[in-house]
Design a protein around this ligand. Structure first.
Ligand code: ATP
Ligand code: MG
Length: 250
């Protein structure tokens, strides 16, 4: 079997004295979507921050493309081929859609990680992103702050794609979106995977994670209480009920 694109090994992450991630491990293979499900405050964003170098783990290792990321600053990690779609989108509100999309290409895009190991990776540029998100094309010169929540989410995803990353970290992309827009996010994630990208997705939306993920991990108070396929999770009545608040009789 090929080496994982991302390997998180027994990480322990703190904010000061507050001990949040208490020994978390996962592997993500190239071309896959791995979802982390868990209720509010369980440590999902902290896991994303740990992987991206924003809140580095105090113990354990994050290995990306075969090399440990230990001690590297976030921008260096991003340059190695990782992009974040942050919780709450965080687009530049006063910059136009076009400017938002073009920002990362100057700073982050690196030809070395454009091809992808299996050669089927799509090369994203402004035209390709606008083809994938026609709503953004219509509003190309509008300030980001005037977009609806759904359009801002598309913009955040489009901006991440513009860096042509190997791995995209998505933190609750469905948060606050109407069901129709959640469907669109779902389609986009599947399309992004078909284009050869890999996604680490953090979600509270159970249906979305079950629909897109190849593997699911359930996080509860800084530890995984389940790891496996969506089909296996659907049989774990106890985990569904206790940790996700969904009924096991689905
Ligand atoms: N900057 C911080 N300083 C101190 N504690 C923090 C900080 N950020 C998060 N925490 C705490 O760490 C724990 C995990 O938070 P985290 O943001 O990772 O949860 P989450 O699963 O992403 O929640 P949500 O679904 O609400 O986004 C929580 O108890 C939270 O209060
Ligand atoms: Mg969060």
């Amino acid at each position: 079997m090929s080496e994982p694109l991302l390997s998180v090994r027994e990480i322990h992450t703190y904010y000061g004295d507050s001990y949040v991630l208490q020994g978390v491990s996962l592997d993500l293979l190239e071309g896959r979507i791995v979802a982390i499900l868990g209720r509010n405050g369980m440590g999902k964003t902290t896991l994303i921050r740990s992987v991206a170098g924003l809140t580095p783990p105090r113990r354990g290792a994050v290995v990306f493309k075969g090399r440990p990321l230990h001690g590297q600053p976030p921008y260096a990690i991003a340059q190695r081929g990782m992009a974040i779609v942050p919780q709450g989108r965080r687009i530049f509100r006063s910059l136009s859609v076009r400017e938002n999309l073009l920002l990362p290409t100057s700073r982050l895009a690196h030809p070395a990680h454009v091809a992808g190991a299996n050669g089927r990776r799509k090369r994203w540029d402004l035209d390709e992103v606008l083809k994938e998100f026609p709503q953004l094309a219509e509003r190309i010169d509008h300030p980001g702050g005037t977009l609806s929540g759904g359009e801002q989410q598309m913009l955040a995803v489009g901006r991440a794609l513009m860096a042509n990353p190997d791995l995209i970290l998505m933190d609750e992309p469905s948060e606050g979106l109407a069901p129709l827009l959640v469907r669109q996010i779902e389609r986009i994630m599947k399309s992004v995977r078909e284009h050869g990208h890999s996604i680490l997705l953090v979600e509270q939306n159970f249906e979305l994670a079950m629909s897109v993920a190849d593997d699911i991990h359930v996080l509860a108070s800084g530890r995984f209480v389940f790891q496996g396929t969506p089909a296996a999770l659907s049989r774990e009545v106890e985990v569904l009920d206790h940790h996700l608040g969904v009924s096991g009789n689905r």
